[in-house]
Design a protein around this ligand. Structure first.
Ligand code: NAD
Length: 477
């Protein structure tokens, strides 16, 4: 078992001074597989100081040099792919066979995409007699979740560095291990000392201290809406920039002429992969009333084809939930949904689940009242609500009828019609007819799914402050 007492601050490994340790549990067994010492307030202070000291070095790097740094970090991560895949599988439970692609390659690609997008950011533009500059916002506090721990982290660290901002990262206390590998990669890539710093601990103490720290100019959080509200409140006295990537309850809207089989396969996939612990999972499948019976049959077949098993089992498609808390949340919804009037379409037999660790679900329900918790709350587990609708207006109302607005999908044989519906959906990204994810397009939420955008040029621009400098017309240049 690994015991880490160190962390990475100011370009070197130093001992953490916190009194508590974080126990990292293997979600498939519930056993402790590593411990990590928490950061003390002095460690957070040292990390913010180191980041502050790195500002001039990062700022003076040309965009091309920053892009080259990101590419080197991507290369270093790629060299460590197999180790990272094993580590992430162990700390959060995704089947090992999926981790290299979904967890590591996506992170490497995100860094490379960020490097490629850098030339698109207009750091200097002219508006009449003004020159407008995009300048680095300052020290960034990056706070990240456990579901795609490395990917969500580089989606902040990459663009922040690209914009010239040093970062203090606090990864999730559930999955702190991969962040050590990221620190190694940043170091091996030759980042300026202090450009990237790591602090460890839970949200309440280390997270809140970092958010409220007078030395951080911006907080970028990916996590729950509950944490987003709290972080926004804590950042308010310092009038800090806050970017929030929060939860979702995304709708997959199948129009009457849509390809139902493709829609079911595509939507079920997002609910099963990573045990549904994906912020953009299409957890509400909206189908015309006339097609409900057909949809139910297809959903049952699609779900039953996924095999639940231990993460190391090469046949397993769906692993455990990442924590006991997640397991409890899924089980509570499983119990409550029928009481609220949901009808079970398909459910994995509970007695056939592995008996260790944090397994729960998967299941699908027909929900005729879209106001029930299963159809409103983010379960963050492998539960699907199939919701029938009367007509297109009803479908749009149901799709928009939650507090969230992260992602959506629309399916129709008539692309113009699908695009018109996409235009009426309150969601930050909409896929038409199963179009693939675009890692260069802006990503983020409407409503309580957050604000701010990640990825590509938009993601880099988030970490900049805009300054206009006016000159007298006709003055010598
Ligand atoms: P969480 O909110 O419990 O924790 C996320 C991070 O915030 C962790 O590092 C945690 O320690 C920290 N944190 C929690 N409370 C804090 C506080 N008061 N102050 C400072 N930091 C605090 O979320 P989670 O359970 O780790 O992740 C799951 C959530 O993340 C889901 O709601 C999911 O939808 C969301 N998510 C969103 C996106 C997106 O891009 N929109 C992506 C992935 C996950």
């Amino acid at each position: 078992m690994d015991h880490r007492a160190d962390t990475y601050i100011g370009g070197r490994w130093t001992e953490s001074r916190g009194e508590d340790v974080i126990a990292v549990l293997d979600p498939s067994t519930g056993h402790c597989v590593a411990t990590v010492r928490e950061s003390a307030a002095e460690d957070v202070d040292a990390a913010v100081d180191a980041a502050t000291a790195a500002r001039p070095a990062l700022r003076s790097m040309e965009p091309a040099a920053r892009a080259a740094l990101l590419t080197r970090i991507a290369d270093e991560l790629e060299k460590r792919s197999a180790d990272l895949a094993g580590l992430i599988s162990r700390e959060m439970g995704m089947p090992r066979k999926h981790c290299e692609g979904y967890q590591v390659r996506t992170a490497v690609t995100t860094l490379r995409n960020t490097a490629a997008a850098l030339p698109e950011v207009e750091f200097t533009t002219r508006i009449g007699h003004s020159t407008v500059y995009r300048e680095p916002v300052g020290v960034v506090a990056a706070i990240t979740p456990w579901n795609f721990p490395l990917l969500q982290t580089v989606a902040k660290v990459g663009p922040a560095l690209a914009a010239g901002c040093p970062v203090v990262l606090k990864p999730s206390e559930i999955t702190p291990l991969d962040a050590f590998v990221l620190a190694e990669a940043v170091h091996a890539a030759g980042a300026p000392a202090g450009a990237f710093n790591l602090v460890l601990g839970n949200g309440m103490n280390v997270g809140e201290y970092l958010v409220g720290h007078p030395g951080t100019a911006m907080v970028s959080l990916t996590g729950s809406t509950r944490a987003g509200r709290r972080v926004a409140r804590l950042a308010a006295p310092g009038v800090k920039r806050v970017a929030l990537e929060l939860g979702g309850k995304s709708a997959s809207v199948v129009l009457p002429d849509g390809d139902l089989a493709a829609a079911v396969a595509g939507s079920v996939r997002t609910v099963m992969i990573n045990s549904g612990q994906t912020c953009t999972a299409l957890t509400r499948l909206l189908v015309p009333f006339q097609k409900l019976a057909e949809a139910e049959t297809l959903v049952a077949e699609a779900m039953a084809a996924y095999r639940v098993g231990m993460p190391h089992d090469p046949d397993a498609d769906v692993g455990p939930l990442a924590s006991a808390g997640q397991q409890q949340r899924v089980n509570e919804h499983l119990e409550r949904a029928p009481v609220d009037g949901a009808r079970t379409i398909w459910a994995h037999p509970p007695d056939k689940l592995p008996r260790t660790g944090f397994f729960a679900g998967p299941a699908a329900f027909t929900v005729t009242d879209p106001r029930i918790p299963l159809a409103q709350q983010e379960v963050f587990g492998p539960l699907l609500a199939v919701i029938p609708y009367v007509d297109e207006t009803d479908a749009v109302d149901i799709a928009n009828g939650t507090d969230y607005g992260l992602a959506a999908a629309v399916w129709s044989a008539d692309e113009e019609r699908a695009l018109a519906v996409a235009g009426r959906l309150e969601a930050g990204s909409v896929a038409v007819n199963g179009a693939p994810f675009n890692g260069l397009a802006p990503f983020g939420g409407y409503k309580q799914s957050g604000h701010g955008r990640e990825l590509g040029a938009y993601g880099i621009a988030e970490f900049t402050e805009v300054k206009s400098v006016q000159r007298r017309e006709g003055a010598a240049r």
